[in-house]
Write a protein that binds this ligand. Structure first.
Ligand SMILES: Cc1cc2nc3c(=O)[nH]c(=O)nc-3n(C[C@H](O)[C@H](O)[C@H](O)COP(=O)(O)OP(=O)(O)OC[C@H]3O[C@@H](n4cnc5c(N)ncnc54)[C@H](O)[C@@H]3O)c2cc1C
Length: 588
């Protein structure tokens, strides 16, 4: 399809999803060149169709504006559709009222700015949150919740609770749960079991209804359009559009009023994430939410190229809940505990394996590249603060820190400590186990459960042979067979004595002695982004001088200043960004 001059001013509802566009576009360098031709024009461009993007698009469209959403993938939903669908919105909305939960915007604000709340590892959850941003969030929680309900999201019919949330406040229960209903789950390609459709929580129950609502409202969703640049009128002018890449072709899209960045964060961009933590080198490739969508920092980078500032950076380098997690499945690349890809999923060819879910970490030992143990395998991932997790909780009292039971919980830091070879990344971590463990865990250690072809799973009849077989792109040194043999022999002696003299694993239970022996990828998984572009209360992006970049907004994991896990932050900021973008003057 060729778009001619008359077609470039398209109204909402006219461009079909996946619209093919041709024409001689300028392949602009971010921020430095403005396209001299626009293939498409709209009032508002939303970049990304995830938890922040779709609410923003719907709100702007329902305010009467034409809206184009560009989505890099060939499907909607972002990490949000793969999520657990647990949404900690509060402030006193209709569901809280129905169940007698007393809440208010002030209480939300107080909880999320409480300097005194610390995690069991001593890290403060909310101390570095930007007050302006949290105030805006608190003041829009109720409206966001009612917006989601009005646009087809069905919340499980039960009282708000504290399940499935991290760092979501301490005063009252706020967690709502999106029911998947009859929508197909992206994880399996099939709807949930009929008995669970209205009772379990899933991001499918959030994003499928929002996508349907967006399309019904007339939002144009352009799949397979990856934003590559944001354009600004001169160095200090307003943002006027973007370039997207559609199957190798640049498409210039003009925004008469606003561009909203909702690209979902930075965990997938090695160079970007290492600004916050130099340890996070390439081997941390098991990112939660991938391979459905990437968090490649493209929104942040394009925003910075037109002058945007970053913000709230401590919130990314602090050790909170779910930034970096211990995998829940082993033997596959994407081992995040709460996301399993089945062969029925449309991205299973990219995920390649389901993974072996570890029910009991007594069944394995974990070793580094050199075949050496480094910590108690039963160590958990970082925890977080939620309703009732500090008891008693006294807002803004230093006694809260005293009330926590200090637990350094250093499994992940030990895993990332590496082998002392001068490299930053800790290298692969391997779960080592034997056939008896396979029987106890009821595992089937064959494809599609494990990923042998890509080097995330190995087996052998002897430990020495197993060590020699561990060869894959991130194993930068060979594992000395004698190391693995010595490690297992020493561990087996701890089972005999009942005491782990190296890492104090509580009463090691099982020897590793029955062939075949296995090595399964068990490297830490990256999850949240909690720092990004500087925004104000309206979600307008700000530059290094603290001035608003006219016409540019940001919401969700690509925005900074807010340490809170997930969906509430993203949907609420999407709502705020869409509302304010709709009030922008028309330019040009
Ligand atoms: C497995 C899993 C479970 C989770 N469970 C929960 C939970 O239960 N509760 C909770 O609160 N949070 C949860 N989260 C976190 C939550 O899903 C995210 O915080 C949320 O989705 C972030 O919203 P977002 O809009 O910023 O990003 P996303 O939802 O990831 O959306 C970003 C979108 O932008 C697109 N995009 C990126 N770059 C470009 C580009 N250059 N051009 C065009 N499009 C682009 C992406 O493809 C993606 O579709 C979970 C996350 C995962 C991965």
């Amino acid at each position: 399809m060729t778009i001619n001059r008359r077609d470039v001013l398209i109204g909402a509802g006219t461009a079909a999803a996946g619209l093919a566009v041709s024409g001689c576009a300028t392949d602009a360098t971010p921020g430095t060149a403005t396209p001299n031709n626009w293939q498409l024009t709209t009032d508002v461009i939303v970049i990304g169709s995830g938890a922040a993007g779709l609410p923003a698009a719907i709100v702007a469209r329902e305010a009467g504006l034409s809206v184009i959403v560009v989505e890099a993938q060939n499907h909607i939903g972002g990490h949000a559709i793969t999520s657990g669908g647990n949404v900690p919105l509060g402030g006193g909305h209709s569901i809280q009222k129905k169940w007698g939960v007393q809440d208010s915007p002030d209480l939300v604000f107080q909880d999320l700015t409480d300097w005194s709340v610390v995690e069991p590892n001593g890290f403060p959850d909310y101390r570095y949150n930007d007050r302006e941003i949290i105030r805006a969030f608190a003041d829009h929680n109720v409206a966001t919740c009612e917006f989601l309900i009005a646009h087809g999201v069905v919340f499980v019919d039960k009282a708000p609770d504290a399940q499935g949330g991290w760092s979501v406040g301490n005063s009252v229960p706020r967690e709502l749960h999106c029911a998947p209903m009859d929508w197909p789950l992206v994880q399996t390609g099939q709807p949930a079991e009929p008995s669970q459709r209205a009772t379990t929580s899933s991001g499918n129950g959030l994003m499928h209804p929002l996508a349907a609502a967006a399309r019904k409202a007339g939002v144009d969703i352009l799949l397979n359009h990856r934003m590559t640049a944001i354009h600004r009128q001169g160095a200090a002018g307003a943002v006027i559009g973007i370039t997207a890449n559609n199957n190798g072709k640049p498409v210039n899209i003009r925004a008469r009023r606003a561009v909203i960045i909702a690209t979902g964060g930075a965990t997938g961009n090695v160079n970007f994430r290492r600004m916050f933590d130099p340890r996070l080198t390439e081997e941390y490739c098991g990112i939660a939410g991938m391979p459905w969508s990437d968090q490649d920092a493209s929104g942040e980078i394009a925003g910075m190229a037109v002058g945007a500032s970053l913000w709230g950076l401590y919130n990314q380098s602090g050790e909170f809940g779910s930034h970096i997690t211990k995998p829940g499945t082993i033997g596959n690349q994407y081992g995040y505990a709460n996301l399993r890809w089945s062969p029925g999923s449309e991205v299973f060819d990219l995920a390649r394996a389901i993974g072996l879910r570890v029910a009991n970490w007594q069944d394995v030992i974990t070793v580094n590249m050199l075949g050496k143990r480094f910590y108690d395998e039963t160590g958990r991932q970082f925890s977080a603060n939620n309703y009732n997790s500090i008891d008693p909780y006294i807002p803004n009292s230093y006694l809260n820190a005293r009330n926590i039971k200090y637990d350094p919980n250093n499994y992940l830091n030990a895993a990332m400590a590496g082998i002392g070879d001068g490299h930053n990344g800790g290298g692969p971590i391997w779960a080592i186990f034997d056939q008896d463990a396979v029987m106890r865990e009821k595992w089937d250690p064959t494809p599609p459960n494990v990923d042998i072809d890509a080097g995330f799973f190995f087996s052998a009849n002897t430990l020495g042979e197993l060590a020699q077989r561990i060869q894959m792109k991130y194993q930068r040194v060979p594992m000395p067979p004698e190391n693995l043999e010595a490690t297992v022999a020493r561990y087996n002696s701890f089972v005999d004595s009942g005491k782990d003299e190296d890492f104090d694993k509580p009463k090691p239970l099982y020897k590793i002695a029955t062939p075949p022996f296995y090595a399964a990828w068990a490297t830490p998984v990256l999850h949240d982004t909690r720092a990004g572009l500087r925004i104000n209360a309206k979600c307008q992006v700000m530059d290094m001088n603290g001035a608003v970049i006219a016409g540019l907004y940001c919401a969700g994991e690509s925005a900074g200043g807010f340490s809170m896990h997930g969906l509430a932050r993203a949907t609420c900021q999407g709502f705020i960004a869409g509302t304010n973008a709709a009030t922008e003057p028309q330019r040009g």
